[in-house]
Write a protein that binds this ligand. Structure first.
Ligand SMILES: [Zn+2]
Length: 473
């Protein structure tokens, strides 16, 4: 915001209704997972009902954020986070305590970004911040916030504009159009509620019962803590690429083959949007991964990065592997999309742009085998399921390990899948049982469990999967 507008705002009447006490502001609408490359296909127009709610105080910077909706087509993504500046962030598990508390975070900046979801709170902040709110261009007319313009670096898209447009025809229920890269990401209607004192008091308390699990603040919201673990001779899982992400690495005679090319994660309910792993941008996480591999496995060239599916968090780092000399493989269905997306002119500077080379994506038309015995890797299309279309598995065939992303994420060694993941887990179990030998063990992107194919066969015998099969018929 320019300083004249700021001055004008400071001098203009302060009549805009900013409620005293604690208020809740909710946005109910539809979020386009396709637009952010987390849907079933890499195309816009896959919108799911979504709500974002923020509870804020007039006299503190505490914020409770609750998001309700889908984080993927096959995943409900409800979550609730309380920011208690200056140093505590709490993941609130009201339904299934304990909460998780990150202690020693420096979270005021993040709390403010989330607080700005409420346009009245943002207007109030603009009015009281003479130099303007950093990174934002706000348009205010007649005591109303009409738009807020900022930008984000989005994997597979590059640097894009992010605009929150507010329509105040109904002042109590303003309409939001959140437009990213000139396309509609989230369209929603707002509503406010004054939170009574007794309710407000309990909102900022940890869920009663079991005390919160305490976690060091530097682990919020995600950290990079890469560790090489052995599965077999020359077959590794790199854990902690970022919190919750691990990747298969196979040392073939042609060089290293890596499953997936991770990128960061942009939080769109932050104004301006922030990166889950700050400072790494689009290619930085996979560039760190490349550096880690060079250190841990010196002298081993990186032969290939295999993109298991088009979701931006699993594929958006491919430029880093191309810069390291690797071939980039994807399914034949996704290849044209990746070829375009990874080479956009909007990509911020990274190692690949320094080399002035494009990424060229190799489509896996028939199953591809890389390297020779005893560490061959087979890239095997596994088809389209409830998580995404056109997926690939990465199979260390001589060592009987098969890696998949997002379609198998067991929480335990139970003989049946978790109910809330049943559609995808049963779909994958069916594929695995008909396509993989029984001695194969399945490793995955997000959980430490190693699953023998025989256990996936028991999945199919469970009531959970039988119900899924019946539903599909
Ligand atoms: Zn995914």
């Amino acid at each position: 915001m320019n300083r004249y507008l700021a001055l004008f705002l400071l001098l203009s009447s302060a009549s805009a209704a900013v409620a005293d006490g604690t208020t809740e502001f909710c946005l109910d609408g539809e979020f386009d997972l396709g637009m952010r490359y987390q849907g079933t296909t890499p195309e816009a127009g896959e919108a799911y009902p979504t709500s974002w709610c923020v509870v804020t105080d007039d006299d503190s910077n505490r914020v409770l954020f609750t998001g309700t909706g889908k984080s993927n087509p096959d995943m409900d993504g409800d979550w609730s986070v309380a920011y208690l500046p200056p140093d505590v962030v709490r993941i609130v598990n009201r339904e299934a305590p304990p909460d998780v508390e990150f202690r020693g975070t420096d979270n005021l900046d993040e709390a403010l970004r989330v607080r700005r979801v409420d346009p009245r709170r943002l207007l109030q902040e603009i009015r009281t911040t003479r130099e303007g709110v950093n990174g934002l261009a706000a348009e205010v007319v007649d005591d109303r916030l009409l738009s807020v313009r900022t930008s984000a670096d989005l994997p597979l898209r590059g640097r894009v504009s992010v605009v929150w447009n507010w329509d105040w025809k109904d002042a109590a229920r303003p309409r939001l159009r959140l437009v990213v890269d000139d396309a509609l990401l989230f369209e929603a209607v707002g509503r406010w509620r004054e939170v009574p004192d007794d309710e407000a008091a309990s909102i900022w308390q940890a869920t009663p019962g079991e005390g919160p699990i305490e976690v060091p603040g530097d682990r919020w919201p995600a950290t990079v803590d890469m560790r090489l673990t052995d599965l077999a001779e020359g077959v590794y899982l790199v854990r902690g690429v970022r919190t919750g992400f691990q990747h298969l690495v196979v040392d073939t005679d042609e060089g290293l083959v890596i499953a997936d090319a991770p990128a960061g994660w942009v939080e769109f309910h932050h104004i301006p949007p922030s990166d889950l792993v700050p400072g790494l941008g689009i290619s930085g996480l996979s560039e760190s991964f490349v550096d880690f591999l060079n250190e841990e496995l010196p002298g081993r060239p990186i032969r290939a990065a295999v993109l298991t599916h088009f979701h931006d968090d699993h594929a958006g780092g491919a430029r880093a592997f191309a810069a390291a000399g690797a071939a980039v493989y994807s399914t034949k269905e996704s290849a044209a999309f990746f070829q375009h997306a990874l080479n956009r002119s909007t990509m911020p500077a990274d190692r690949l742009s320094e080399q002035k080379k494009p990424v060229s994506v190799v489509p896996v038309v028939e199953p591809v085998v890389l390297g020779e015995k005893p560490n061959r890797v087979k890239l095997l299309p596994i088809g389209s399921g409830p998580h995404s279309y056109a997926m690939l598995g990465v199979w260390a065939i001589d060592r009987d390990y098969f890696f998949v992303s997002d379609v198998h994420v067991p929480r335990s060694d139970a003989e049946q899948p978790a109910e809330h993941r049943a559609a995808t887990e049963c779909w994958f179990a069916e594929w695995a049982v008909s396509n993989l030998p029984t001695e194969v063990r399945v490793v995955n992107s997000h959980s430490p469990e190693v699953t023998p194919v025989s256990r996936l066969a028991s999945y199919l015998e469970s009531d959970t999967c039988k119900e899924q099969t019946a539903r599909r018929r």
